[in-house]
Design a protein around this ligand. Sequence first.
Ligand code: AP5
Length: 214
Amino acid sequence: MRLILLGPPGAGKGTQAKMLKDKFQIPQISTGDILRQAVKDNSDMGARVKIIMDAGQLVSDEIVIDLIKERIKQADCEAGFILDGFPRNIAQAEKLSETLIEMNLEIDCVIDLEVNAEEVVNRLTGRSTCAECGAMFHLLSRPPKVPRVCDSCGGGLEQRPDDNRETIRERLKVYMESTAPLKEFYKKQGNFKMVEAKGSVEEIFSDVCGIIDV
Ligand code: AP5
């Protein structure tokens, strides 16, 4: 099964992708996570993308397309994958289509998680992530048992540098300009489904699973 999760920042793409990964045993491929890891590792690419990510802008298509092309050719993607945060614009979507045609593969479903701007700001300003294992928490909806400590591994929780109000506003603007047009792009391909991503994480997961019909 090959899935794309679309939606604005904070829609819950990462949360749902992790649950789908566990349920279906296929990898979650998050371009945001790969880029953040490059920043943490202080790689050349990490140094190039950090300023762009901290400003809430998209990094160059060339960088992310190369990352994705390489990643989906790996053995663990043979049974499928979940793309989380890619594609982000029409150029990336067209390149993905070309790559999949070359590999004789296709996307089964594009799931668009829809939430409004107010909910986006609430979710992102309250989010924290474990620096060790990547588990995600939210100050109100999913608080850790001990403040700033991960329930799963005991690691320290941190806030993403782009989760401040000013950068969130910029990320939403970039989403509306560059990413939202992908909805029409995939509607035309006939494999597009929209989910109201407003309820609990579990309710949304149940809707998503209902859509992919497995
Ligand atoms: P990326 O990491 O992809 O960030 P994003 O798209 O802005 O999405 P987020 O990760 O912020 O949110 P999410 O939808 O995954 O929500 P989550 O599940 O975490 O990209 C970051 C940056 O990298 C970009 O700005 C860009 O610079 C660069 N980049 C990445 N991909 C790129 C590409 N393809 N091209 C170019 N540049 C790229 O949930 C958020 C919070 O809400 C959490 O606290 C969670 O616990 C909570 N939550 C989740 N669901 C619910 C719910 N149902 N109810 C209540 N709370 C909930």
